[in-house]
Structure formats: structure tokens, C-alpha cells
Design a protein around this ligand. Structure first.
Ligand SMILES: [Zn+2]
Length: 185
């Protein structure tokens, strides 16, 4: 018997090493993280997420989150965190979280819910990458009091929003609130 290999894009397979087969979608076989249907069983999904967090494995690249809020509120990501290419179909809440690994990546992540909250997040790693991240159709994208203190931050202002460019100095304290399609508070 050969070991199950998830048929997600090869770049994302590091996230699901050792995970079992979860389901088939359009002829391809996926693990629970990468199964590309947001209607997946969120209990099975959360079990895997929790066990990864406990092992300080923060590689969630390419993960398709189920249709319930992704809650990482106050979480301490004390190693590299990779949410590159992840899809958040609903609320993504990282408020008060701390990223202190060398690299933190949300490169190409897609935030499709009505709220993406990064308020008071501390990005303390050397490199924080939000390049090509998409904040689409969201009502609230909140980076209030987020702190970027790494050496390098790759940041692309979410489309159709009005935000200040982050400075690339060693310590930039952002105090902007990005709102897209929402009323001002
Ligand atoms: Zn997978």
C-alpha cells in the first residue's frame, strides 16, 4: 500500500504531511486541510488544526477553511507561520495574535468573509509577507494597532481600500483601519 499523497498543489503539500485521505473532489484526492469544498466537516478540520497548533506546526499553506469563523484570536505563533494561499470563506479573526517566528506569510491568501480582523496583531518576525493577499468583498478589514516590527514587510494595500503605506523601517506601528464597503464606525 502506498502512502496517501494529497493532490493539492505541490507547494502546499508540506502543510499536510502525514495526514490521512479525507475526500475526493473532481477526481482528486485531498487531506482535510486542502479539500477544496468549504462545506467540509468542520469538526474533523478543527481536530487537525488543533493538533498542528499543539505541535507548533503553523504551516497552513493552501488550507481551505470551512464555513465557520477561523478563530486565532490571541494565539501565539512562536515559530514560522505560513498561511500562504489559504482561503478564508468567512470571518478570519487573528486579533491580538502574535507572530514571532522568522517568517510569517499570508502571501496570496484569500479573505472572502465579511470580516478580517488583524487588530493588535504583533508581527515580530523578520519577514512578514502579505503580498498578493486578497481581501475581497469584505466589509471590514481591520489592522488597527497592528504592529509590524520585522525587518521586512511585503504589503499590498487591499484593492479598492484606502490605507496608508506601511513604512519599512524596523519598527512601524500602524494605526490605520482599513474599511472596504463598510460604514465608518
Ligand atoms: Zn493536503
Amino acid at each position: 500500500m502506498t502512502e496517501f499523497v494529497c493532490e493539492v498543489d505541490e507547494d502546499y503539500r508540506s502543510a499536510c504531511k502525514g495526514l490521512e485521505f479525507y475526500g475526493e473532489h473532481e477526481g482528486n484526492r485531498y487531506c482535510v486541510l486542502h479539500f477544496p469544498d468549504e462545506e467540509k466537516n468542520s469538526d474533523d478540520f478543527l481536530k487537525v488544526v488543533k493538533s498542528k497548533l499543539m505541535q507548533k506546526d503553523y504551516d497552513f499553506s493552501g488550507t481551505v477553511f470551512p464555513k465557520r469563523p477561523a478563530n486565532f484570536e490571541g494565539f501565539d505563533f512562536d515559530a514560522n507561520a505560513d498561511f500562504g494561499g489559504a482561503i478564508f470563506p468567512t470571518v478570519a479573526d487573528f486579533s491580538g495574535a502574535r507572530f514571532s517566528g522568522e517568517t510569517t506569510s499570508f502571501r496570496g491568501a484569500k479573505f472572502r468573509g465579511d470580516k478580517s480582523i488583524f487588530s493588535e496583531v504583533q508581527f515580530n518576525g523578520e519577514k512578514t509577507d502579505f503580498s498578493r493577499a486578497e481581501f475581497s468583498s469584505g466589509e471590514v478589514t481591520d489592522f488597527t494597532e497592528a504592529e509590524f516590527s520585522g525587518e521586512r514587510t511585503d504589503w499590498v494595500c487591499p484593492a479598492s481600500t484606502d490605507c496608508l503605506p506601511l513604512s519599512h523601517s524596523t519598527s512601524s506601528h500602524s494605526s490605520f483601519l482599513v474599511l472596504s464597503g463598510a460604514e465608518m464606525p
